[in-house]
Design a protein around this ligand. Structure first.
Ligand code: DQA
Length: 145
């Protein structure tokens, strides 16, 4: 695992100001810096992408299949209903670990379902920024398929 893409979906650009009780006070920029520093300790290069649109995330995933060895994905609310994103994950055949800052299973019922989870290697939910670091750690166990 040499290169990992960390993708964030809708509204995650507002981290730090958006519902801090659920998502913490760190900005996306500071979260990304922390991930990059952590990854570097394992010799892993990181790339980052955030989009508020489903198509933007899908296009970036398609591009990633030539570029990276794995993906850590926080798809935000798309997690719960985007079959298009699910199909894209299945199509690219990269190991993808689904992550969430909050524990989606302890929140509103609509968040309990992830349509992405069946095509991801696994799901990490509820550990704040550490969810991304744990996701990266999980990816280190996979080679490109
Ligand atoms: C989230 C949880 C989702 O339900 C929500 O829509 C988000 C963030 C999380 O990181 O906890 O945007 O993915």
């Amino acid at each position: 695992m040499k290169k990992v893409l960390i993708m964030n979906g809708p509204n995650l650009n507002l981290l730090g100001e958006r519902e801090p009780d659920h998502y913490g006070k760190d900005t996306l920029e500071s979260v990304q810096k922390r991930i990059a520093v952590y990854a570097a300790k394992y010799g892993v290069e990181t790339m980052f992408f955030q989009s508020n649109s489903e198509g933007g995330l899908i296009d970036r995933l398609h591009q990633a299949r030539q570029e990276v060895d794995g993906v850590v994905l926080n798809a935000g609310a798309y997690t719960h209903y985007s079959y298009a994103l699910r199909d894209a994950i299945a199509a690219v055949r990269l190991p993808v670990v689904e992550v969430h800052l909050s524990n989606i299973h302890a929140r509103e019922e609509f968040r309990h379902t992830s349509v992405l989870a069946p095509v991801c290697k696994g799901q990490i939910s509820g550990f704040g920024v550490d969810s991304y670091l744990l996701g990266l750690q999980a990816l280190l166990g996979f080679e490109t398929e």
